[in-house]
Design a protein. Structure first.
Length: 278
């Protein structure tokens, strides 16, 4: 049979099946569109046949040499028709919160404060005791006689008493320790006499203080001043207060997904790619 007759026969068969040529053989969406001319074999004639086809068509006729088209997916993907899909799980993004303090990233920052310790000092000298400065001093005592006595040859002379001839009249009370009484004789008729006593000059502290021997010791106090503050229990000094910065882990209040579907603390996303035709 000549080739033209064979082609006419094939065209008639294709038209019978509802198929047509269009710059080549077109078997529709159900068949592959690649055909080849098969030379005549022993006992047969040459013809056109499809190299591949899709067997999902409801056509029951298959051209000579038509092979079904199969599809495959990479490992882990699930084949669905001509597409491959895979579900990818990823960690969801946590949302943090603080029951107290200020949220910073995934941490809660809390500030507490307590009064700083004042450091006192004595700007005018002296010994510090709490918030009081004590200044100690000394100076030489002054030796002398009371105004009622006279200093004679380094001694004080005082009038102890006098007699008017009949009665003793106490004129002056001499200080304790007055000794070496001196008696004057008659200064006038009628047994009149005067009694004197002498004693060592008395050491005194005219500017105040406590006498010890020939020295006067003084003590004075004044309020101490604050030189600085310090934080004895840790923290950062701020004026007269100490600030303590503490950091604790924040708690997760919820999760969200930038893409995909949230499931607990995971995000689920389906990725689809075309299947590979075999």
């Amino acid at each position: 049979m000549k080739f033209s007759a064979v082609r006419s026969l094939i065209s008639a068969s294709i038209l019978f099946l509802g198929l047509s040529f269009g710059g080549g053989v077109n078997l529709g969406s159900a068949y592959a569109q690649t055909w080849q001319n098969v030379p005549a074999q022993s006992g047969s004639t040459g013809t056109w046949q499809a190299l591949s086809c899709n067997t999902t068509s409801n056509l029951t006729w298959q051209p000579l040499g038509c092979n079904p088209v199969t599809y495959s997916c990479p490992n882990g993907y699930v084949l669905s028709g001509q597409a491959c899909s895979i579900t990818i799980l990823s960690a969801a993004i946590p949302v943090y919160g603080c029951s107290s303090g200020t949220l910073s990233g995934s941490s809660c920052i809390t500030n507490t404060s307590y009064a700083a310790t004042a450091n006192w000092y004595c700007p005018s000298g002296g010994s510090l005791s709490g918030t009081t400065c004590t200044v100690s001093g000394s100076y030489s005592a002054v030796s002398g006689c009371p105004s009622s006595a006279n200093l004679i040859s380094g001694k004080c002379l005082c009038l102890a008493s006098e007699y008017n001839g009949y009665d003793e009249v106490q004129v002056n009370i001499c200080p304790s320790g007055a000794s070496a009484l001196l008696q004057e004789g008659m200064v006038a008729p009628g047994r009149y006499e005067v009694v004197y006593a002498v004693y060592a000059p008395v050491a005194t502290c005219p500017s105040g203080g406590t006498l010890s021997g020939s020295t006067c010791y003084t003590t004075s106090t004044y309020a101490a001043s604050i030189s600085s503050y310090s934080c004895n229990s840790g923290g950062t000094l701020s004026g007269s207060s100490c600030l303590i910065l503490s950091t604790t882990a924040a708690s997760v209040t919820s999760y969200y997904c930038s893409s995909g579907t949230l499931s607990g603390s995971q995000c689920s996303a389906v990725v689809t790619i075309p299947a590979t035709a075999n």
